[in-house]
Design a protein. Sequence first.
Lengths: 202, 246
Amino acid sequence: MDESTLILDAQHGDLNAFNTLVLAYQDALYNTALRILNDEDQAADATQEAFLSAFRALNSYRGGSFRAWLLRTVTNACYDELRRKKRRPTTPLEPETTDGEEIESPAWMADPHASPEETLDQAELEHAIQHCLENLPTDFRAVVVLADIQGLDYTEVAVAVRKPLGTVKSRLARARLRLRECLQGFGELLPAAFRLEEESSI
Amino acid sequence: MTTLTFRDMENLSAYLDGQLSPVEKTRLEQRVQSDPALASALVELRQTHRLLALAPHRRAPRNFTLTPKMAGIRPPVPRLVPALSWASAVAMLLFIFTIGANLVGQFSFAASSPMMANAPSGLGGGPAAAATLAPAPSGFAPLAPVPATAAPATAAPAAPVNPVPGQNLQPTQSVSAYGAVAPDLATPEPTFAPSTRSTQPFQKTSPRQPSPWLFIWPALALLLGGLAILTLWLNKRAFHRRNSHS
């Protein structure tokens, strides 16, 4: 069954059709929320809330990219979560080693198909990216996550964040500049494959 | 080498995303060829862009599918349910009506049978009867319209039934005497009707026949109440089935 049929069925109240769409997009929404919020539990909450809001507002969907429409709902859910977080700041409970030190990249989240070296490289890269994203203003972070991590085009990002195309273009450029500086700061800490190095232009 | 402005960086960023018009794109490429700073900035931006695209993609920690409860969806009701819901309301009304009809029936039966209520005292010849019947011999006139046929009927059972001797016997006797005199005063026909004829009205009213509705209403109420219970059961079963599917 194709996506448009599923959306139409879901708009008529077919929960099974909507849940099929949920299974198709839950990874994308969860990853977006995770990059914006940098907290697994909050990201899961925002994802669930986004799907719930999406189901309730499904009749307001008027065509176009359904993925972009869903990413817009999760972005809104993340903004809500951040506002809540601001009102009630919490300290996340990180798993600890036997020495009592926090493990920042939990082992149970590792990809079981990757080799230990790849897992380590990816963990370091993820840590660097997440750290740099965390230092961005929320609006910049949402734009760069949607464009560079989720691969939306400018128009879709503009719809998702409800900002004009020019604002999206400007915020994306600023966010990339800041990320470039931040990631350059990691320098040798990043795996060789991911270092920002000089190379021939164009 | 020129100093890069934010406008240059914005154009480089848009260039990476293919968002420049053909004219803008050609102009920028010419500048990059001639300006090492711009070329370097473009390289760094491209690497950053590529690095972000390489960010590990996490799997969702669980499924985020919605349950009917979360989505606020009520389970579908069987087709009979609307009709049966009405049936339960009708059953309740009938039940109330039946109870009410029974109470009213009992009350009106008691109220419409004063003879039954007075019968024991009249037949037994108690003090009340003595008090009411005592002046009878001196006042025949008010009693004149009473049909004479009633006299033997009331007088006949009065004598054998009344077992009480003494003062209670006297009024009864006076009534008998009055009964014997009555034909002379009121009735043109001197002959007495048979006693069976005179007792007919009393025999017709005394065995009260229960109305068939007293049985029909409760039966209907029971039937509709049963249907209402069936409705509840169907509703619950549909809800559990829906939940177990999702």
